[in-house]
Design a protein around this ligand. Structure first.
Ligand code: FES
Length: 86
């Protein structure tokens, strides 16, 4: 079956991002993928500190780095990501 490039979500699990929002974001993303049955279509993984802590919490969606993504913004960011055809 031919498919578009698999989408990938990388969440920074470094201590700065984790304590500033990604601890909560992790659960939000997991729930989002489950509720929308996207778990098999996506690679979701954590990363060590990405070296831009002052701009965290950091999330990478495919090759695009999203900075200062607060937990209450996650759903909107994911909606946009999954509605795009990249
Ligand atoms: S902890 Fe996320 S960029 Fe450093």
């Amino acid at each position: 079956m031919s498919r578009e490039k698999q989408k990938e979500i990388v969440i920074c699990m470094g201590s700065s991002c984790f304590s500033r929002g990604n601890k909560v974001a992790l659960g939000i993303i997991r729930n989002y993928l489950k509720e929308n049955s996207l778990e098999v279509d996506i690679t979701f993984r954590g990363a060590h500190c990405l070296g831009i802590c002052e701009q965290g919490p950091v999330l990478i969606l495919n090759d695009k780095t999203h900075k200062k993504v607060m937990p209450d913004e996650i759903t909107g960011v994911l909606d946009e990501f999954f509605s795009s055809d990249k």
